[in-house]
Design a protein around this ligand. Structure first.
Ligand SMILES: O=C(O)CCC(=O)C(=O)O
Length: 286
């Protein structure tokens, strides 16, 4: 396995298309309007069948190696380590240890719409994530806003692309989004292993009526993209197959370090408060 993949600032395989012209990858006006209205847009084709199969293969391998890989990743969800039978398997940093997970970060179907929706010319990588719900597993992803976990960087001009590696539906715990919640204030972060509804206690009374999550089923290889304040979550996987997703989080290239007291991610060199987030771990993607 190649180490130091985070120092390779561009694809190292030919598995995915490279960016030549942005135009074919840009979202339509209707898709942009949906994102602006609802705080998410879905049904964006990213991977073909062979690419999905290759990524699933790699992911299954990573899953068996996670014990040894721990130090090479940014984070393996501590609650999962303690209670894998009821907490979703979630980790950050696959891009540093696997060539395909590395290269997908540069996929133009991910980078071009992310920059377009953020309204930026230059897009910086923040981090990746994997969410893995085994078959017939009770783990949920509680309602949350992504930026509540990211306040160490700012201002909030971050975006999330969630690409599913299995067809998702109500039975296997597809993502749900709360339309319009990207205009809500930032709410406190909730524990990953807490109850689904923990966030609701913090939703101000006048916004409660607006808490109407909608399911967003997808085909394997398709993505949804959401704003960093959009409330979302997912229920348990009650199906006989796994429900897997890979996530690419990016931000405006001039995003700064908001708190200088700790590294932005485990194992990443400290950067001074107020400086632009930069360095090997945070490449410019566009
Ligand atoms: O895949 C899931 O269920 C959760 C994903 C998520 O929270 C995200 O993409 O930000």
């Amino acid at each position: 396995m190649e180490r130091d993949l985070h120092k390779r600032h561009g694809p190292v395989t030919d598995m995915f298309p490279r960016l030549e012209e942005p135009a074919p990858w840009r979202l339509s006006d209707d898709q942009v309007a949906a994102f602006e209205r609802d705080g998410f847009v879905s049904g964006i084709k990213v991977f073909d069948e062979a690419q999905v199969a290759a990524l699933c293969d790699r992911l299954e391998r990573l899953r068996t190696q996670v014990g040894e890989l721990g130090d090479d990743l940014y984070e393996v969800e501590a609650a999962w380590t303690e209670d894998p039978d009821s907490v979703v398997f979630h980790f950050l940093g696959a891009w540093m240890v696997d060539e395909l997970f590395h290269d997908l970060v540069w996929h133009p179907a991910i980078t071009v719409p992310s920059a377009q929706l953020l309204g930026v010319e230059r897009l910086r990588f923040w981090h990746d994530q994997v969410f893995y719900k085994p078959p017939r597993h009770s783990g949920v992803v509680p309602w949350h806003q992504d930026y509540s976990y990211w306040t160490r960087t700012g201002p909030p001009r971050h975006i999330t692309v969630n690409v599913v590696l299995d067809d998702t539906n109500l039975e296997n715990g597809c993502l749900h989004f709360v339309p319009g919640s990207h205009r809500w204030p930032l709410l406190p972060k909730v524990p990953f292993d807490g109850p689904m509804d923990a966030l609701l206690a913090d939703v101000p009374g006048e916004l409660r009526d607006g808490f109407r999550p909608v399911p967003v089923p997808l085909r394997a290889g398709e993505a949804s993209i959401h704003h960093s304040h959009t409330v979302h979550g997912s229920f348990a996987n009650q199906s006989d197959g796994p429900r897997r997703a890979v996530v690419v989080n990016t931000m405006a290239a001039d995003t700064r370090v908001a708190h200088g007291s700790a590294p932005l991610l485990k194992g990443v060199p400290m950067e001074p408060e107020g400086s632009v987030v930069a360095g090997d771990h945070f490449p410019i993607l566009i």
